[in-house]
Design a protein around this ligand. Structure first.
Ligand code: KDG
Ligand code: MG
Length: 403
């Protein structure tokens, strides 16, 4: 089999998505997600100008060799743009291989390790009362695990509280919007939120929380300690992870499990945190960490240290990434949980898919490949629209902070 063509489909059915479609001389095609929120066109150009010319004529079955060719061959290794582009190629090639075999992708990885994939949904509210109601609504929908984010009194816009009731869409403007931030207010508020949730919800559900890189290590340690009575499944991105030593300090102070990795691109970003047992969950995902081939390497390293997976799955990861992630999750032995935010109906129409949700679990389906397609005719109705993630500033003096 030979790759005869490859092309990029950019569309915006409510938000931007970049999709790579690879075609072969045997008529089989595969698709991969290449969406990097707020920097979509950079990946599209990287693929179009630098990767696609190298793919034509290659055997799509040689997934590993093509991966190494694109990673080592570029000379400039790693980084979000490169690794998202490689991920798109890798995902599309796994799709083709599985279709050629006539098997759902999880069978090629080693088959099912579980009956379904536990996912967590997003309960977002403007205040504690509203968030508690949202958590209860998610429990009613069958979710076994729920992430809770709430508005904080005295802070104008807070991460995780956004438009829509089933999804949170942060890329909200054609120039970055500005949020304000107060660590003191947030730290006072958040333990009260989880106390209120446990009081109404009880103890039969997993609860998660995303700090979104807002705290210094000692502040994160304090929050972890304050949240211990509510037995969180995880506290996510408690502090920025460029300096990974910081996690030692957090670890020394709290038994609240730690999750990190949605902005990591390679196993090298994960290595020290995993080997030093400074985290409990690694959140790298198919689209931003080099595809299924590379995610498998990260998961295998993590398994040595009883670190489990918890892949990122916000709405900026397209249904193509979601489909591939669910096949991966069904197989990966050290699975922890999968994030799931429902896409809009417009997005689902552009990307018809085999995966389903039932009672808090997801199932990738059994069609050959990863089970997600792209309807190019519908996609054409939604042209690209520039959209940025917000920035965050300290409340009183406007110092630029972590978003
Ligand atoms: O593109 C950024 C979003 O995917 C991110 O803000 C969502 O933190 C996020 C999460 O945990 O889903
Ligand atoms: Mg996050």
């Amino acid at each position: 089999m030979k790759i005869t063509s490859a092309r990029i489909i950019v569309c915006s059915p409510g938000r931007n998505f970049v999709t790579l479609k690879i075609e072969t001389d045997e008529g089989l095609t595969g698709i991969g997600d290449a969406t990097l929120n707020g920097r979509e066109l950079s990946v599209a150009s990287y693929l179009q100008d630098h990767v696609i010319p190298c793919l034509i004529g290659r055997d799509p079955h040689q997934i590993e060799d093509i991966w190494q060719y694109l990673y080592r061959g570029a000379y400039w290794r790693r980084g979000p743009i490169t690794m998202t582009a490689i991920a798109a190629v890798d995902t599309a090639l796994w799709d083709i291989k599985a279709k050629a075999a006539g098997l759902p992708l999880y069978q090629l990885l080693g088959g099912k390790s579980r009956t379904g994939v536990m996912v967590y949904g997003h309960a977002n509210g403007s205040d504690i009362e509203h968030t508690v109601d949202e958590v209860l609504r998610y429990a009613d929908m069958g979710y076994k695990a729920i992430r809770a984010q709430s508005g904080v009194p005295g802070i104008d816009k807070v991460y995780g509280v956004g438009r829509g009731t089933m999804f949170y869409e942060p890329a909200d403007a054609d120039l970055p919007s500005e949020h304000d931030w107060s660590t003191e207010k947030y730290l006072r508020h958040t333990p009260k939120l989880f106390a209120a949730i446990r009081e109404k919800l009880g103890w039969d559900h997993h609860l998660l929380h995303d700090v979104h890189h807002r705290l210094t290590p000692i502040e994160a340690a304090r929050l972890g300690k304050d949240l211990e009575p509510y037995r969180l499944f995880w506290m996510e991105d408690a502090t920025p992870a460029e300096n990974q030593e910081a996690f030692k300090l957090i670890r020394q102070h709290t038994t609240t499990p730690l999750a990190v990795g949605e902005i990591f691109n390679t196993i090298w970003d994960c290595k020290d945190l995993i080997e030093n047992q400074l985290i409990d969950f690694i959140r790298t995902t198919v689209v931003h960490a080099g595809g299924i081939s590379h995610l498998r390497r990260i998961a295998d390293l993590a398994a040595l240290y009883q670190v489990r997976t918890g892949s990122h799955g916000a709405t900026d990861l397209s249904p193509v990434c979601m489909g591939a992630a669910l096949h991966f999750d069904l197989w990966v032995p050290n699975f922890g949980i999968q994030e799931y935010m429902k896409h809009t109906d417009e997005t689902d129409a552009v990307f018809p898919h085999a995966y389903t949700f039932k009672e808090g679990f997801m199932y990738p389906g059994d069609v050959p490949g990863h089970g997600v397609d792209v309807d190019e005719t519908i996609a054409k109705k939604y042209p690209y629209q520039r959209a940025y993630l917000p920035v965050n500033r300290q409340q009183h003096d406007g110092t630029l902070w972590n978003w």
